[in-house]
Design a protein around this ligand. Structure first.
Ligand code: PSU
Ligand code: MN
Length: 375
């Protein structure tokens, strides 16, 4: 009885202030600053889209990177969500950047590329950095943002079975419950092994649209099928809602193909990739420098054609991702309404039992949606 009472009061508290709670817990560490517009949206349960910043610090040159970052934020707003670009400024993780902060990162010459393993050093030394898919997922999850838009994810590099160069993005997708909306993985990578690795990590991968073909960033085709496909934003939102609702704690990858008219298919791009790869090898480029090096070389070798596809797919991902975030927020709102007591509701909350074990008190503050169930 005591337990039930406590659960019920906790539930009521969380129902009103689940967003505030998450934000507060996060802020207390002092490692993180959430932009007021993002904080407000989270508290009010409005859709937010996290955006990465390695593409700003290591993917494109200044000032193009700045105008693209601003444009992408604009697309998110136009589609009804609040943009939260994640970056690290002088040792503090920022979720949502002011325009000055965006400019600072975009023009910074010594920003670090930050994945999971880089946080402790960068924060403790007061450095600034752009977050990769891995780094951005961590920040988004801590802030309570379930949808994150990126260009492409890292993967298993070609020859990765020998070098063990496997992007931390893949293990992050296996351990952090955030949905990443991206144009798949570039064919600078070994896409077959990347998909195998995602399966091992338990990541639900779905191609977006009519085809199940896993997109290869610039190209709509990779020659590999994703295990699933979702036809539209609503189906994608339902899939993400199921992953979160079940508390799987693994991420989801929604792979959106580059718009047809601006995709770069076939032989020309493959030749450029081969050339970029062989230059990386002969220059002895390794570790975290590999991906930025290859991206830069591709822009040069394709005379900017790869850059144009890159811009088109980022804009498209931002639009699709925002629509997914909006649809997801509607689903979650509807479920909260169904599950939590309204005025005068006399039904007693039932403890959550999974596999015969009462799990009311285990980590459910993270997920108010499954804190209390009503028969
Ligand atoms: N792939 C791209 N564009 C990018 C990246 C990857 O087509 O900008 C960036 C992303 O931030 C991704 C990171 O998370 O590179 C992966 O780096 P690595 O391969 O070193 O894990
Ligand atoms: Mn790597």
């Amino acid at each position: 009885m005591m337990i039930r009472k406590a659960t019920s009061s906790l539930a009521r508290h969380l129902s009103m202030a689940h967003g505030i709670n998450q934000v507060r817990r996060f802020l207390h560490g002092g490692y993180v600053r959430i932009h007021p517009s993002v904080q407000e949206a989270l508290v009010e349960g409005r859709p937010v889209v996290a955006l990465e910043s390695t593409i700003i610090t290591h993917g494109m040159a200044y000032p193009l990177n700045l105008s693209v970052a601003r444009e992408v934020e604009g697309i998110v707003r136009t589609n009804g969500a609040v943009p939260a670009t994640v970056g690290i400024l002088r040792g503090q993780i920022h979720v949502g950047l002011t325009d000055e902060e965006l400019e600072f990162l975009a023009s910074s010459k010594n920003a670090v590329k930050v994945s999971r393993r880089d946080f402790p050093f960068v924060l403790s030394q007061g450095l600034s950095g752009g977050t990769t898919v891995s780094g951005t997922m961590i920040a988004a999850h801590k802030a309570g943002i379930p949808v994150f838009v990126s260009g492409g994810i890292g993967g298993v590099h070609r020859d990765g079975e020998n070098t063990l160069d496997v992007s931390a993005d893949l293990t992050e997708l296996g351990r952090t419950p955030v949905a990443v909306v991206a144009a798949g993985a570039k064919s600078i990578l070994d896409i077959g092994r990347t998909l195998e690795y995602l399966e091992t990590q338990g990541v639900c991968v779905a191609a977006f649209g009519e085809s199940r073909e896993f997109p290869a960033f610039f190209s709509r085709q990779s020659g590999f099928q994703a295990p699933y496909h979702v036809r539209d934003e609503e189906e994608a939102a339902k899939l993400i809602d199921s992953a979160l609702g079940l508390g799987l704690s693994t991420g989801v990858l929604i792979a959106v193909p580059c718009p047809q008219e601006r995709a770069a298919e076939g032989q020309a791009i493959e030749e450029a990739i081969q050339q970029a790869l062989s230059q990386a090898r002969s220059k002895g480029i390794t570790g975290k420098e590999v991906t930025p090096f290859l991206l830069q070389k591709l822009i040069e070798l394709t005379d900017g054609k790869s850059l144009d596809s890159n811009l088109a797919l980022i804009q498209n991902n931002a639009r699709v991702g925002s629509c997914i975030a909006v649809a997801l927020s509607k689903l979650q709102k509807a479920r909260r309404k169904r599950n939590l007591p309204g005025p005068g509701d006399k039904r007693a909350p039932q403890p959550v039992v999974i596999g015969g074990i009462n799990v009311d008190f285990i980590a459910k503050a993270q997920n108010p949606d499954i804190l209390v169930l009503y028969p």
